[in-house]
Ligand binder design. Structure first.
Ligand code: F6R
Length: 610
């Protein structure tokens, strides 16, 4: 989704803005632009496509601007074009605006301004903000923002330049994330930490409905009513190297390969492996809350939703807690039944912590009086700040659009929470908990062993380059892994891939199976292995060629069935290990097809609009 960067300081800022935009590229975009406040007035530069295109334009303009804003646009209102790219200006070109979010009543506001003679040059909702700020300009920019922002319905993170105060950078936010960064004699704004980590470790997440005026000396923040606000600082723990490729061809491969470490970090943070117990202080439930817990609702989008499905399976299987996994975009509009059940908990899961639908689902649960917990990978993200309690996944920055390491961290954290609940609710003895944690303790090593075999996956992807349709099948947790495997493959390689609960195939979908179809069976759960093998046999009999990820059967399902197994894995660790194989399959297939792996078409990393 759109990314914002901004600077004010005592040096030219073209380089800062362009590098910042490159760091935001991973969020997804189709055009980009910058605006500089120079003594002679505002200068705007824009380009369609990659930041590299913008660089060729901007490098022609002089580095004499000490304040500037930049933007990567992910088109919503109007196609990707120079006219629609941000920044947008008012008619007099005294105000420039970059915006992340959606202004829902922009049509009405635009009509009102047009009736007063204002001419628009773009199709965007953002231009309305710039024109309103120009049209209603009064005294200074903070006063004008306080007058204009209440007219807007929807969401916005804004960066604003005013030619009348060229050294000052203004910003505001409502329901879209925006960070203020503090450097040595300079101040920044950015949509996320990745753009700032090279320059500062001290950031201030903007609060809802606040406006800030930044100068090299510092910041002044106030509410829409003009009341002064003191923002709380946050320390960025990621180092700059974590946000670079570090010798890998793609961020996706780097992030897949980081998973043994991510699993190790998660285990060590939430459990004491040597003593075989959970670290109580890191868990979201007290013993009393654990015992009283009546039910859990977990909501998220996309891959994080698949982690919710795993969470449901684990909470029910281990802790015996009735759990519902909800797609956040559905949950937010679903009817509310009478009265929230007592001791029910709502848990929002999000890598970015900024997904608009997940945030809306969290707010809905909160409004119903449920206790809320956030599982976020980004410290201080909106979801983390709005929930009553937060647990962090320790995956580090995830830059590739396709989520990989965050998913594994989420599932492992669910397993640890479920074990903790099971123990506190008396379903697991100390010895059983110790044994389960010992099994999980072998996970990083098992994950590393799979990664060491990645040329097997690469060679399979090369041999199956011509394949067009892929079905992933499995049962129970293996069905969830199938959903994640199919999503990963389609989003990075653009191949048609679907997941089915293995038993559902013969209720319709089996009609699609022919000699051109690859069917991938995921089989890791001992109690349903034989059933999945039987389903693989059925599709093989109808011509499909097969790949089995999981426990191999005693006699091969088909003579040419490829098998990727994981030695020493248990039912607990195997779903995560199978996912690593699936991620590698998606990666190497996309590589074979020459796809833009880290930035797949049409996708955005952080979906901050509905
Ligand atoms: C798929 C993917 C998306 C995200 C989804 C939620 O690989 O990355 O499906 O999982 O957009 O994002 P977060 O977790 O940031 O809320």
């Amino acid at each position: 989704m759109c990314g914002i960067i901004g600077f004010t300081g005592r040096r030219g800022c073209a380089g800062f803005l362009l590098e910042g935009l490159e760091r935001l590229e991973y969020r997804g975009y189709d055009s980009a632009g910058v605006a500089f406040a120079r003594p002679q007035g505002l200068v705007l530069e824009k380009a369609v496509g990659r930041i590299a295109n913008l660089r060729t334009v901007v490098e022609k303009s002089r580095e004499d601007a000490f304040a500037g804003i930049g933007h990567t646009r992910w088109a919503t209102h109007g196609c990707p074009s120079i006219e629609n790219a941000h920044p947008h200006c008012d008619a007099a070109r005294t105000v420039a605006v970059v915006h992340n979010g959606i202004i829902e009543n922009y049509g009405l506001l635009k009509e009102q301004l047009q009736r007063q003679g204002v001419r628009f040059v773009s199709e965007t909702d953002t231009e309305v903000i710039a024109q309103l700020l120009g049209f209603y300009y009064d005294t200074d920019m903070p006063t004008t923002l306080r007058r204009v922002l209440p007219m807007l319905e929807g969401s916005y993170a804004l960066g604003v330049l005013d030619a009348r105060a060229p050294g000052t950078l203004y910003c505001a936010r409502r329901r879209s994330p925006l960070l203020i960064g503090q450097g040595e004699g300079e101040m920044y704004i950015a949509s996320d930490v990745a753009a700032l980590v090279e320059h500062t470790r001290t950031v201030y997440p903007m609060e809802e409905d606040t406006i800030a005026a930044l100068t090299p000396q510092g910041m002044q923040v106030c509410t829409l009513e003009g009341r002064a606000v003191c923002l709380a600082p946050m320390h960025i723990t990621w180092d700059a190297a974590a946000a670079r490729k570090g010798g890998y061809a793609h961020f996706m491969l780097k992030e897949i390969c980081e998973q043994p470490q991510v699993l190790q970090d998660t285990l060590e943070h939430y459990a004491d492996l040597a003593r075989g117990c959970i670290r109580r202080e890191a868990m979201p439930f007290t013993p009393e809350q654990a015992r009283a817990l009546s039910e859990v609702t977990i909501a998220a989008c996309g891959t994080a939703y698949h982690a919710c499905m795993m969470g449901k399976a684990l909470l029910e299987k281990l802790a015996g807690v009735r759990t519902t996994a909800e797609i956040a975009s559905e949950y937010r509009y679903a009817p509310v039944c009478d009265g929230a059940p007592e001791n029910a908990v709502f848990l929002a899961v999000s890598q970015s912590g900024e997904t608009a639908d997940t945030l809306a689902a969290l707010r809905k649960a909160k409004a119903q009086g449920m206790r809320t917990i956030a599982m976020s990978n980004v410290i201080g993200a909106s979801i983390a700040r709005e929930a009553g309690t937060v647990v962090y996944t320790l995956a580090g920055p995830e830059i590739a659009v396709a989520s990989t390491k965050a998913y594994l961290a989420q599932v492992l954290l669910f397993e640890l929470i479920a074990l903790d609940l099971a123990h506190l609710r008396g379903r697991l003895t100390d010895a059983q908990l110790k044994e389960a944690l010992a099994e999980l303790g072998r996970l990083p090593e098992q994950a590393a062993a799979i990664l060491a075999r990645r040329e097997v996956v690469e060679s399979f992807a090369r041999r199956n380059r011509a394949c067009h349709d892929v079905f992933f099948i499995g049962r129970l947790m293996d069905y969830t892994t199938s959903l994640e495997a199919a999503l990963k493959l389609k989003e990075v390689s653009y191949l048609h891939s679907e997941a089915y609960a293995a038993g559902e195939l013969k209720h319709g979908t089996i009609a699609l199976i022919d000699e051109e179809t690859l069917v991938v069976g995921i089989a890791t759960q001992p109690e349903i292995l034989e059933k999945t093998y039987a389903n693989l046999q059925e599709v093989h009999a109808r011509g499909a060629y097969l790949l089995l990820i999981g426990t191999p059967p005693r006699t091969l399902v088909a003579p040419d069935c490829e098998v990727w197994s994981m030695e020493g894995a248990s039912w607990r660790t195997a779903p995560l290990l199978a996912t690593i194989y699936a991620q590698l399959l998606a990666y190497y297939t996309a590589l074979q097809h020459g796809c833009d792996i880290d930035k797949p078409r049409n996708l955005a990393k952080s979906v901050t609009v509905e």
